[in-house]
Structures are given as C-alpha cells and as structure tokens.
Design a protein around this ligand. Structure first.
Ligand SMILES: C[S@@+](CC[C@H](N)C(=O)[O-])C[C@H]1O[C@@H](n2cnc3c(N)ncnc32)[C@H](O)[C@@H]1O
Length: 172
C-alpha cells in the first residue's frame, strides 16, 4: 500500500509491547503530542502515529514527552494518507476504535477492548472528521458529568490507555 511506502518508521526499542496503536495524526498541538507520547510509552503501546516525526525536535513536544520519544516507537502518517493507513491496519486485524463523543458511541465504562486495537484520536477543535466514521469498528466515549463540553485530547488518550491496560492485565 502506498501509505506504507511514504511512512517513515522509527522503531527505537524491540521490547514486547501491548497490541495497541495510538493514532494522533489528527492532533496538532505539540504539547498534546508530547503528552500522548509520554502516556503511550508508560502504558507500553506498540506504536504512536503522528503526522510529522519532526515534532520530536520541538521543545514544546519534548517539554511534555520528557524523553518518552527515545523509547516509544513512532511512525509518520500524514492526514492525506490516513484513510489508506487505517484501511491497511484494519486488514491486518486491528479493530479501529475512534475516541470521540458521537451519537453512536459506546460508553468507556461498558466497553470491552479488543486485544489488537488501534485508537484514532480526534482534532483538538473539530474532533474526528465525518469522513473517517464509516471505517471505524467502534466509537468509545468517556462519560462526563460536568458542564464543560469535552476533555483535552491527551487526557482522553490517557484515560483510554489506562482502561485498555487494566482490561488486558486482568485478562492475563
Ligand atoms: C477537544 S475534543 C474535540 C472537540 C469536541 N468534539 C467538541 O465538539 O467540543 C478533542 C478530542 O478529544 C477526545 N475527547 C474529548 N472528550 C472526549 C470524551 N468525553 N470521550 C471520548 N473522547 C473525547 C476526542 O478524540 C476528540 O476528538
């Protein structure tokens, strides 16, 4: 697939990892990307996908990643190639899980994660564009009880990764 050829991969370590891929190609703020990298590393995710690997050289990224990028395998997939990439990963057996507030979303407190999962995070302002929704196997929403409309995307990724980890650890 062409998206594969265009995607530089940077696999920094070879240790065994959980079969969860975090796709942050739609996330643009460097401090969010750095935080997502740190959380992905801590929860031993298989791969973090970003739209540009050069983010690793930016201080706004490293300020929140605190060296996680040295240990976290990362791959570049531009937004233009994202549909192709998601299609390929689905064919490779990953369940595509959109992290979003949507009319057909399932609540995180009832959701059973597939072991082999790919998390798609939304844009900071618009969320996940409608053009991706048909591809997703599930949409998972974190229940909210306050007034503010949505969580920060890094906070959302952290809550989801912890729930995935908890489920996988208790299934062992
Ligand atoms: C700030 S939100 C996007 C804006 C939001 N869709 C809105 O209309 O206000 C950025 C991203 O964080 C994640 N997110 C935020 N709150 C969430 C929640 N309660 N459940 C699941 N994902 C959430 C989603 O990936 C979302 O696309």
């Amino acid at each position: 697939m062409e998206a594969e050829l265009d995607c530089p991969i940077d696999t920094t370590t070879e240790k065994a990892r959980n079969s969860i891929i975090v796709v942050a190609s739609l996330v643009s703020k460097l401090h969010n990307l750095g935080g997502i990298c740190r959380t992905s590393e801590i929860f031993n995710a298989e791969l973090l996908v970003v739209s540009n690997l050069k983010v690793k050289d930016e201080m706004a990224f490293t300020g929140t990643s605190v060296t996680a990028e040295k240990w976290m395998p990362m791959r570049e997939v531009k937004e233009l190639d994202l549909i192709d990439y998601l299609t390929k990963m689905k064919a490779d057996g990953y369940s595509l899980v959109g992290i979003e507030q949507a009319t057909n979303s399932q609540s995180l407190d009832k959701f059973q994660f597939p072991k082999k999962a790919l998390l798609l995070l939304g844009k900071e302002k618009e969320g996940i564009p409608a053009s991706y929704l048909h591809l997703l196997d599930h949409i998972v929403e974190i229940p909210q009880f306050g007034v503010i409309r949505s969580l920060n995307v890094h906070v959302s990724a952290s809550l989801i990764l912890w729930e995935y980890t908890k489920q996988m650890v208790s299934a062992e």
